[in-house]
Write a protein that binds this ligand. Structure first.
Ligand code: NDP
Length: 454
């Protein structure tokens, strides 16, 4: 979730900039999340009012803290049920969806080759977990009425404390596990710096038993399954407070719903992305997936509960189009690379046989491997056009909220920093991996995100 450098290999030095970034993020990320959520709860989503209030002496930090709801038994019960339910869906129910959904790749799938040559197997059943969870949600909202559909919004801050407890617990457990009983000792990365190791993780693919994979579980569930439920809870709250759901709230639910569904539909593809292929499991992923993602990726819906924006039809259609075009670019770019790599270039991209640059690299054990970098389709437009599509979609979510406050724009600002940094660190890694072959690729496709600009 956060932009920091990560490399394979067993031992390496931490430079001072990386260490400073780690300390900064460890200290300030939990405060940032608290500040955003508290601003909505106490200051109607204004990010400046709390500071002005404190600086003018109208309020003390202790007043703000005292008004913040604390951890409650109700929230703890909700959270324990939620996580337990997701763990059960993950480990007890092998995927059934791939048996009847044409084109969907689920069930047991292989991940990428790790730096030491291991290939892990994963049970891909996220789509099934998402469908079951949402079917139960709707069944409850319209039929059973076991709990209110606004339950998430109504317990949002107490649930924040629960999410933090899980985030810290799982990161600490992962750290201890990597010293005492690592799943694959050869894929561990020790820097000798405690903070860095805690934040960026030591173990590459920590597991409990054969199937409970920390990275796949925490990256996808509970955070991403929760994302759409959180938005539904916000919509329900709007309905309760104002007697209607605004078109902006519907847009946020639809556009982010497409993104989430896309993630689960392509969960097998996700095994080949940077998160799974290159990042080790530490606080960055553990805490980030439990707290940062569900709380900050859903800010637009939260904002719209406090500021119900009704967009003009023209604006709503414009935002919808921006979101859909962004999604199309994001999906097609990722699809083109996936197809190209799966077929080893024996496929058609935009109706033609793809062009590519042949490249080679050597793994840590000295084995030479060959690979290909495509220069056709969207991969010939820019070196990371998938990120550009992602950013267009992110901007669309934020625009649904109008221009009264900066808070809902946090997402596009954050995603721009995250993806630009991710792009640079990926290119750094590819450049070390492929050497002069990468230079040939960068000459053939000179821009990273926007042709002619960057
Ligand atoms: P990519 O899917 O872009 O993968 C980059 C890797 O692809 C490179 O390391 C290289 O790996 C390979 N590659 C690079 N160029 C080429 C080429 N021309 N032809 C073939 N292979 C190439 O990156 P991510 O894993 O970061 O992103 C996946 C998606 O997830 C993106 O769409 C991104 O927008 C999204 N994302 C969303 C986030 C969110 O929080 N919402 C966070 C991060 C990502 P190799 O070593 O195999 O050659």
């Amino acid at each position: 979730m956060f932009p920091l450098a990560s490399r394979g290999g067993k031992h390496w030095e931490v430079d001072w900039f990386s260490l400073a970034s780690v300390l900064f993020l460890l200290t300030f990320s939990p405060l940032i999340v608290y500040y955003f959520i508290m601003s909505c709860d106490q200051y109607h989503c204004s990010l400046t009012d709390p500071i002005v209030d404190v600086l003018m002496g109208n309020s003390h930090l202790s007043d703000i803290w005292n008004k913040t709801p604390s951890l409650s038994w109700k929230a703890a019960n909700i959270y324990i049920c939620w996580v337990t339910f997701q763990v059960m869906l993950y480990i007890l129910f092998p995927d059934f969806c791939h048996k009847f959904l044409p084109g969907y790749v689920g069930g047991v799938q292989e991940g990428a080759v790790t730096p030491t040559g291991t290939v892990n197997k994963y049970e891909i059943n996220g789509l099934q977990a998402w469908i079951i969870t949402h079917a139960l949600w709707f069944a409850n909202a319209y039929y059973f009425h076991w709990f209110s559909p606004t339950i998430i919004f109504d317990n949002w801050i107490p649930l924040l404390w629960c999410a933090n407890i899980l985030g810290y617990a799982v990161s600490t457990f992962a750290m201890i596990k990597s010293y005492l009983f690592p799943s694959n000792p050869n894929d561990c990365k020790f820097t000798g710096n405690l903070f860095y190791d805690y934040m960026m993780g030591i173990e590459f693919n920590p597991r409990i038993g054969k199937w409970f994979d920390f990275k796949l579980f925490f990256n996808g569930r509970p955070g991403i399954v929760a994302w759409t439920l959180i938005n539904l809870s916000y919509a329900a709250k709007q309905q309760e407070l104002y007697g209607q759901v605004t078109n902006s709230m519907i847009l946020v639910n639809v556009l982010q719903g497409i993104y989430v569904l896309d993630f689960f539909w392509n969960e097998a593809w996700y095994l080949k992305t940077i998160d799974i292929c290159h990042d080790h499991f530490g606080w960055y992923l553990g805490w980030g997936d439990c707290v940062w993602l569900p709380y900050l990726y859903t800010l637009q819906g939260l904002y719209l509960v406090y500021h119900p924006v009704q967009l003009s039809t023209a604006n709503a259609v414009g935002i919808l189009l921006l979101g859909l075009v962004g999604y199309y670019i994001f999906r097609m770019t990722n699809h083109q690379k996936d197809l190209f790599r799966r077929t080893d270039g024996n496929c058609k991209i935009w109706g033609k046989k793809p062009q590519y640059i042949e490249c080679s690299y050597t793994s840590v054990d000295g084995t030479k491997y060959y690979s290909k970098l495509m220069i056709s389709g969207f991969w010939g437009v820019a070196r990371h056009f998938n990120y550009t599509g992602d950013l267009m979609g992110s901007l669309a979510y934020c625009l649904t909220c109008g221009f009264e406050h900066i808070l809902p724009y946090f997402y596009i600002i954050y995603m721009t920093i995250l993806l630009t940094h991710r792009c640079i660190r990926d290119e750094h890694r590819c450049s070390s991996k492929y050497g002069k072959d990468w230079k040939r690729y960068a000459t053939a496709v000179p821009y990273r995100l926007i042709p002619g600009v960057f």
